[in-house]
Design a protein around this ligand. Structure first.
Ligand code: THU
Length: 137
């Protein structure tokens, strides 16, 4: 599925806007994520931290879990945009990559962004090669 440049720009801008809602008092590292579903609905998410640091939820998983809560099922994702305030492109952590493997097709575009506004397009497969996908012995 080809995604129009204006749709990509809009997704990235929603990820940037929602970043203001990040709850990150411990890291001071706000992240916003916007996910476009295959039926063209956008779900957003932010990182939500906790004093017990391991309880933190990343922006990507917040967005995905919200969509799942609304009734979406695995492989529902058309594209993902991630926005931090970093000098370099901000990639999803490996826990989020594992979740993406289950929720998105391997060729799903992932738009990484950086402070100066540039966008790097990668994919779920590029971010998570040799991923764990099946409980099989
Ligand atoms: N974080 C995200 O929300 N997404 C990423 O892609 C990388 C890291 C969050 C987790 C934590 O709240 C903060 O950024 C610092 O690691």
């Amino acid at each position: 599925m080809t995604i129009k440049p204006e749709v990509i720009e809009d997704l990235v801008s929603q990820a940037r806007l929602v970043r203001d809602h990040a709850y990150c008092p411990y890291s001071q590292f706000p992240v916003g994520c916007a996910i476009l579903t295959k039926d063209s609905i956008v779900y957003t998410g932010v990182n939500v931290e906790n004093v017990s640091f391991g309880a933190t939820n990343c922006a990507e998983r917040s967005a995905i879990f919200t969509a799942i809560t609304e009734g979406y099922r695995p492989k529902f994702i058309q594209a993902i945009a991630v926005a931090g305030e970093t000098e370099d492109f901000l990639p999803p952590c490996c826990i989020c990559r594992q979740v993406l493997v289950e929720m998105a097709d391997p060729d799903t575009p992932v738009y990484l962004t950086r402070k100066d506004g540039k966008i790097l397009t990668t994919s779920v497969a590029d971010l998570a090669p040799y991923s764990f996908e099946k409980l099989e012995m």
